[in-house]
Design a protein around this ligand. Structure first.
Ligand code: S5P
Length: 259
């Protein structure tokens, strides 16, 4: 069985500055929690992020669900990222040919390449999607996660598709920093695994989302980061919920380290 590394050791092994920084933040703040910040009002979203900031290592955005997007929102989000020390992950799920994703990543209304530290992509178009995204000049030296598995019922990202995605990651480590997955797919310490579909109890929603617990995801399945949305922002006290997920996620990691 491969030895489980602590976050500081992982940081030292990472040649990509984004993963290095991520593991340093995880070590310093003792958290493997990513907030999935899926609110549609920018003022409420910024308040949620400011309140939960101390407990998280990443804020994951869906910038295109904001009803009132503005440059000012990005400015304030970036200020909160410095204040609380977290990385910004735009969950854009790029999934087109290289030439198209160049424009989607750098242009349009959102100019994602100017502010995101992490983005993600589906691998259904083939390696061209990675080649395209990689060409774009970024502000923060952005890293990309490949969606190797999904949390939703009946999804097609399984078997050979997942394995081909792992291979694409291993072949593009200058830009690809890891996976969205629901299990550990590669022993390479430079590749980070992030898992959505996490709540404190197992279950599902009405639209196919399937939930696992922090200990299932981190201790048993060997993922690195839990991504939590409704479990936090729909809780009566989101800051307290974030604190509970931080503790549950971190305890689950310590359990894996010491098992
Ligand atoms: O397979 C996936 C991949 C992603 S990135 N399943 C997911 O649920 N996600 C995202 O994680 C999804 O878009 C949403 O933003 C978040 C899960 O939200 P929750 O409210 O169910 O925790």
């Amino acid at each position: 069985k491969p030895k489980v590394l602590g976050y500081r050791e992982r940081a030292k092994l990472c040649s990509n500055p984004i993963t290095q920084r991520l593991f340093e933040i995880m070590e310093k703040k003792r958290t493997n929690l990513a907030l999935s910040a899926d609110l549609t009002d920018s003022k409420q979203l910024l308040q949620l992020i400011d309140k939960t900031g101390p407990y998280i290592c990443i804020v994951k955005t869906h910038i295109d669900i904001l009803e009132d997007f503005s440059e000012d929102f990005i400015e304030k989000l970036s200020q909160l990222a410095s204040k609380h020390e977290f990385l910004i992950f735009e969950d854009r799920k790029f999934a087109d040919i290289g030439n198209t994703v160049v424009h989607q990543f750098s242009g349009g209304v959102y100019h994602i390449s100017n502010w995101a530290h992490i983005i993600n992509a589906h691998t259904v178009p083939g390696a061209g999607v990675i080649q395209g995204l990689k060409m774009v000049k970024t502000q923060n030296g952005c890293g990309c996660l490949l969606i190797a598995e999904m949390s939703s019922a009946g999804n097609l990202a399984t078997g050979d598709y997942t394995q081909a995605t792992v291979k694409m990651a291993e072949e593009n480590k200058d830009f690809v920093i890891g996976f969205i997955s629901v299990s550990n797919l590669s022993p390479d310490p430079e590749l980070v695994h992030m898992t959505p579909g996490v709540q404190l109890e197992c279950g599902r929603d009405d639209l196919g989302q399937q939930y696992l617990t922090p200990s299932e995801v981190i201790t048993r399945r060997g993922s690195d980061v839990i991504i939590v949305g409704r479990g936090i922002y729909q809780a009566p006290d989101p800051a307290e919920a974030a604190r509970q997920f931080q503790v549950a996620g971190y305890d689950a990691f310590v359990a894996r380290l010491t098992e």
